[in-house]
Design a protein around this ligand. Structure first.
Ligand code: HEM
Length: 530
């Protein structure tokens, strides 16, 4: 009798516990938490379902919603129960590059999206990240990248051969596939020491590009429903998300091949033979699983992102012939500039590259940092009412979309305008410093006329800043310089392509143009000037 009575009380007690917990959650998140006074929609403060709605139902629109929230609520907006977005380029370094003695970790929840937790990009703690970065750094210095010059030039020549063939056949060429294959061949050779020559097989290049696009197309689902990835790991291979499995399996094969061979003194080390042979690295850092994660990140980041910037630049060069004309004049005036290092110093070419990066937005998703041990204070210099303290553990981010389309920095922000990157203080020989941002940080190149351009450069977030700045940025810029200079030698016409094929419409970790876009396609009319 007593047992039956206690059993009958269970549902009621459980209901009370649930109601009590939910009441506590609502009170804490909306009214009592130290973040409660930060402006923003109460629903976003209360639950992650708010973000989930804009990520999945809309779809992939939260980046645009965050911009709209800043327009409504101001520079500081609470965009999640523990998440704050700050639309102030002057606060950027405090979050991402605070300098020695200040810890900035990643938010582990964001690792779910790509599932490369044991890669450098997936390292949550600053200490672990630093160790992994130190192991890779030697491969990514500008000097080391410029040793790839002959390889870059020969790959660009291979692209030109494709154009010569397309001139004869009259068939349309998909530049998104071509540039994906170009970047993929280069990064694959750099990582594993062999060139898969994807440029030789455009059908395969197209399949591989779409493969990566569908992996990216799932990042929002994986982010909000992390258990799906766990479930996938338990199912027989290929049951769901075949493309994701195939992509990982291909990368794993390349890693296994590296691990299967002994060190060979006469062979130039590739990134992964270097990691395999690095005596300083503990065994766990060289496990096949960890190296697979590293390689997945490296091959995805090293192909898809530069491809996006390349096609954006190429589209605007073709849609706006006056930009192409200026580029050709500059290239003709510096005919001896052929290597990546020389081309990267041409002001107009660099400005095109920079503008393409701006409108490609780097990582379009939230890329928060968490400070584990310090309260961070935001104080707007002109408005004392806008002072906020974020306790340790708050997930803080700056939106690339918000900053790169800030009208006060970039008037008519969606207009592709390389001129906004040119200063009157450029070198009299018409050359720009190799790394303008670094030079500015060192106090060089400052006068009144160039201050707006300097501010724009400091506000560029495409590669991020601080210790986690894109490790492959010098490679990406070298690839772009060489390929855009080669493309200027050809007479190309856009084919069934418009601006919607290169414009940021959806945030799938990186920018995605209109859904269903086939990429940037052209007809090749022959060599320019012939
Ligand atoms: C236009 C081209 C590129 C863009 C816009 C871009 C953008 C970025 C951004 C924004 C990050 C910071 C991510 C974070 O904070 O977690 C990053 C990191 C990274 N990128 Fe790139 N990237 C590009 C090209 C490349 C290339 C060519 C490679 C490889 C060869 C590469 C490899 C990486 C790696 C390994 C990381 C992680 C670095 C770390 O966590 O320390 N990226 N990239």
């Amino acid at each position: 009798m007593a047992v039956a009575l206690s059993l009958s009380l269970i549902p009621g007690t459980s209901l009370l516990v649930v109601i009590g917990y939910l009441t506590y959650l609502i009170l804490w998140r909306c009214f009592l938490s130290p973040l409660a006074r930060i402006p923003g929609p109460k629903l976003a403060a209360l639950t992650y379902w708010y973000e989930c709605y804009f990520d999945i139902v809309q779809p992939a629109q939260y980046a645009f919603k965050i911009k709209a929230l800043h327009q409504k609520y101001g520079r500081v907006v609470r965009i999640g129960p523990n998440d704050v977005s700050i639309a102030d380029p002057d606060f950027f370094n405090t979050i991402y590059a605070p300098g020695p003695g200040h810890k900035r970790d990643k938010n582990p929840k964001h690792n779910r999206a790509l599932g490369v937790n044991s890669s450098i990009g997936g390292s949550v703690s600053q200490e672990l990240h630093r160790k992994r970065r130190e192991a890779l750094n030697p491969f990514f210095s500008p000097q080391r990248i410029h040793r790839l010059d002959s390889h870059l030039t020969s790959k660009a020549a291979q692209v030109e051969n494709l154009f010569a063939e397309a001139t004869e056949s009259g068939e349309a060429v998909n530049l998104s596939d071509v540039y994906f294959a170009f970047c993929s061949d280069i990064v694959h050779e750099y990582c594993f020491g062999n060139d898969p020559n994807l440029l030789n097989d455009m059908h395969l290049a197209s399949t591989r590009r779409n493969n990566v696009a569908s992996v990216l197309g799932r990042v929002k689902i994986m982010f909000h429903f992390g258990w799906i990835r766990t479930l996938m790991g338990l199912l027989p291979p290929g049951t769901i998300a075949r493309d994701m499995m195939m992509f990982r399996r291909r990368v794993r094969t390349a890693v296994d091949q590296v691990l299967a061979y002994e060190p060979s003194p006469e062979k130039m080390p590739s990134i992964f033979t270097h990691l395999r042979d690095d005596a300083e690295l503990p065994a766990a850092e060289k496990s096949a699983q960890r190296l697979e994660d590293e390689a997945v990140l490296m091959t995805m980041a090293g192909t898809y992102s530069p491809m996006l910037s390349l096609v954006a630049a190429q589209y605007h060069l073709l849609a706006r012939p006056e930009i192409m004309t200026k580029l050709r004049i500059e290239l003709a005036a510096h005919g001896s500039a052929t290597t990546a290092a020389q081309l990267e110093r041409l002001p107009y070419l660099s400005a095109i590259v920079q503008e393409a990066h701006r409108l490609t937005f780097g990582l379009t998703g939230r890329n928060p940092r968490v400070c584990p041990d310090e309260t961070i204070v935001y104080a707007h210099n002109k408005d004392p009412g806008q002072t906020y303290a974020f306790p340790p553990g708050t997930s803080l981010s700056v939106s690339t979309l918000v900053i790169h389309t800030d009208e006060s920095l970039f008037p008519s922000p969606w207009h592709f305008d390389p001129d906004r990157w040119l200063t009157t203080t450029d070198d009299p020989n018409g050359l720009v410093p190799a790394d303008p941002v670094t030079n500015e940080e060192q106090g060089e190149e400052q006068d009144a006329t160039s201050s707006l351009v300097s501010r724009r450069r400091r506000s560029m977030l495409s590669f991020m800043r601080g210790p986690r700045i894109c490790i492959g940025r010098h490679l990406a810029n070298a690839e772009m310089a060489v390929l855009l200079a080669a493309m200027a030698r050809w007479n190309l016409e856009l084919f069934e392509t418009d601006e919607e094929d290169v414009r940021f419409k959806h945030d799938y970790h990186v920018m995605c143009p209109r859904l269903g876009s086939q990429g940037v396609r052209v007809k090749v009319k022959g060599k320019w000037g012939e």
